[in-house]
Write a protein that binds this ligand. Structure first.
Ligand SMILES: Cc1ncc(COP(=O)(O)O)c(C=O)c1O
Length: 360
């Protein structure tokens, strides 16, 4: 088999190797069933157990109270940009959005189709390189939406934003879910596309409080109502069985690693190493403000586009793949989600040191 490289891609991204190995084992036969995981009916007992384990492990991992539903939904995180306002935002009501990057911008654009929106704060003035501290809420928002980690710009919230009375908090946590402990009770809805910290692309995890499930609009197509998916245990139609299976394995792997507090410790150690190197480098500069830095996506530049391109191509030759930054920031981005190993960060720093010595 070709040797695996360190893949710094922003997503789909590296998954834990034991998870990939277990999935490979079960492709031809899930346990002793003689039927592969991709071939099992979503209504059969073997998959029912896969689903129940995934939900139970997720609940245990993030200490999710019983009055929250754990849903596996189609359409990635982007479908949640639409489902959230469709279910909860009426034409005469207002939803508040914190605009900290392209994904929150996309989210508010979807909400604008269904009701009023209000921008609580925006970091667009400096190309989203910081998390704004000044925030102004509308008078009576239905909900407040934020993006906990900004994948493209390498910024991350350290705490949840305030929520005016009567509103609920909704969060797109696609690129940092389960990378640190989380108090689910602060949220009405938290969702994440799976392809960074959880599993394969095309599926989203949504954790939603029961009263909201009951309150959602009823004049929507069934597939777009949270209540449909809650009532049918995410199997109203054929779900992404493989996606649920892999997510379940990832939840179990996270528990085996010591849970979310242990993950945070590791993620912090990995990110700190890289930021420490960047802070003393005379060639590379981090692009995010120091108080807004992400533990998951670390963005940096040399200030010279040609040198950035040379860096990315030479790094790839050394088995350090996917380092090219998003086109709206340029430079480099090292995405180091839960499953990204610390030795990959060490290898990147060694390479950067060497590159700096030759090109600095
Ligand atoms: C923070 C964030 N939100 C949403 C998305 C969109 O996710 P999806 O492609 O699953 O719709 C991404 C994708 O990279 C993301 O990083």
């Amino acid at each position: 088999m070709t040797e695996r490289v360190f893949n710094f891609s922003a997503g789909p991204a590296m998954l834990p190797e034991p998870v990939l190995e277990e999935a490979r084992e079960n492709l031809l036969s899930l346990g002793d069933t003689g039927i592969g995981i991709l071939e099992h009916s979503h209504r059969g007992p073997a998959f029912k157990k896969v689903y129940e384990d995934a939900v139970a492990h997720c609940r245990q991992l993030a200490d999710i109270p019983e009055d929250y539903h754990i849903l596996f939904l189609h359409g990635g995180a982007s479908m949640q940009f639409c489902m959230l306002p469709m279910n909860f935002l009426t034409p005469d009501a207002t939803a508040d959005y914190l605009i900290t990057g392209r994904w929150s911008q996309r989210a508010i654009e979807q909400a604008q189709r269904f009701g009023q929106t209000h921008v609580v704060c925006s970091s667009k003035d400096r190309n989203f390189c910081y998390i704004p501290k000044e925030r102004q809420y509308s008078e009576r928002p239905t909900y407040v939406h934020f993006t906990s980690n900004n994948t493209i710009y390498g910024t991350q919230f350290t705490t949840e934003p305030d929520v005016p009375e009567g509103a609920f908090l909704a969060c797109d946590a696609s690129s940092d879910i389960f990378s640190r402990p989380i108090d689910i009770t602060k949220y009405g809805l938290i969702y994440a596309g799976a392809q960074k910290n959880l599993g394969p692309s095309g599926i989203a995890l949504a954790i939603i409080r029961d009263d909201l499930v009951q309150r959602g609009a009823e004049n929507l197509p069934d597939m777009l109502q949270y209540r449909t998916h809650a009532k049918h245990n995410s199997a109203y139609n054929t779900p992404s069985t493989f996606g649920i299976y892999v997510m379940g394995l990832v939840f179990k792997w996270l528990l085996d690693q010591g849970g979310l507090a242990a993950m945070e410790e590791r993620n912090r150690a990995k990110a700190n190493k890289l930021y420490e190197y960047l802070d003393q480098s005379s060639l590379f500069q981090p692009t995010a403000d120091a108080d807004s830095r992400s533990m998951m996506n670390i963005t940096f530049v040399t200030g010279n586009d040609e040198l950035d391109a040379k860096f990315c191509s030479e790094a790839a030759e050394q088995g350090l793949a996917g380092l090219k930054g998003h086109r709206s920031v340029g430079g480099m981005r090292a995405s180091i989600y839960n499953a990204f190993p610390e030795r990959g960060v060490d290898a990147l720093i060694d390479f950067m040191r060497d590159f700096e010595a030759k090109n600095g």
